[in-house]
Design a binder for this molecule. Sequence first.
Ligand SMILES: *Cc1c(COP(=O)(O)O)cnc(C)c1O
Length: 395
Amino acid sequence: MDMNIDALRGDTPGTANRVHLNNAGAALLSRRTLDTVTAHLELEAAIGGYEAARQEQERIDATYASLARLVGGRPEEVALFDNSTHAWNAAFYAMTFKPGDRILTGRDEYGSSVLAYFQVAQRTGAEIVVVPDDESGQLDTAALADLIDERTRLVGVTHVPTSGGLVNPAAEIGRITRAAGVPFLLDATQSVGQFPVDVAAIGCDLLTGTGRKFLRGPRGTGFLWVRHEALEYLDPYVCEIESAVWDGERGFTWRPGARRFETWEKSYADVLGLDTAVRQALDLGLDRIGERAVALGAYLRDRLDDLPGVTTHDLGAHRCAIVTAKVDGLPAPEVAAALARHGINVTTTVPEHTQFDTENRGVHPLVRLSPHYYNTETELDRTVEVMAGIARSAR
Ligand SMILES: *Cc1c(COP(=O)(O)O)cnc(C)c1O
């Protein structure tokens, strides 16, 4: 069954104002998600924040089940955060490293995660090993299989990088890590909500996501999924009244499940908004969302590639809705500003945000255009036309 794009756009106020091609930055909220958030804020103002949370307790709790359904896990394996970085940190800093331990990662790893690897390497003497790309530009799984050994304590990989349309072969990576018995931390921040992501099919042990990107949730939301068995070797770095329970003497017990990674205070308006956004994605079907988003990405990439003076720079055997491009003779921030003057929202990649990719390719900053399923071919045609004009005037 096809999606009713007109109806979906009607339910997305921002589509009336802009050509929004910054879904890898923050996607547009649906009317239903917006209403959920504002209704809860109204309720808090009307009866009190604790009282509002108590009244909505069931729906708040249901958020864990929604996220579990989204990634194919169990509700008790989900922890809520205010972004993907805090979720990722909660997983990564719960691991222990000693001199000579190895962290294997890819060239597309996210800037904050790379900085965290640097810090932990400096603190502990662990070693960071960057697995090379294969000829398509995705993580070379044969090289990973060669590199993984008894020194490897963690494989940390980004599914879809912030810096381009690449989709890394997560399930092949999972097969290798499972065979080796090494924990696999998957940064799925750009993939969750864009197309189906299933922890069982992938075989990862830890997965992080954010609300605001392709999931279309409110800003300031994120989550961690932790395979139940991984709780045995993870030692959460924050011990507080949500994550642990006082034992009545001079000790404590961790909360059961992944909630041991959370802290007590949350924006419940945003949590409920995230739940609404996840349910909408599940109702639409991640298969259908993914098919359309990826097809729109390909449509845009092909047309931009055909323009004189424009090149696209997305790597990999499998590409997604993120499109990165360069205009000859015009810096990416100026291209983005020119598009903004035409009401087209895009952003640019940042060299410091994907350090290994920058070392490898040196192409950043690029213009990043990221459609979602609610964009239309007409919007993309208009964008291509504007880009053609920008490229002409740059020559
Ligand atoms: C945006 C992004 C992050 C960080 O997510 P936040 O929610 O901003 O903390 C991590 N990894 C990738 C690949 C991203 O694109």
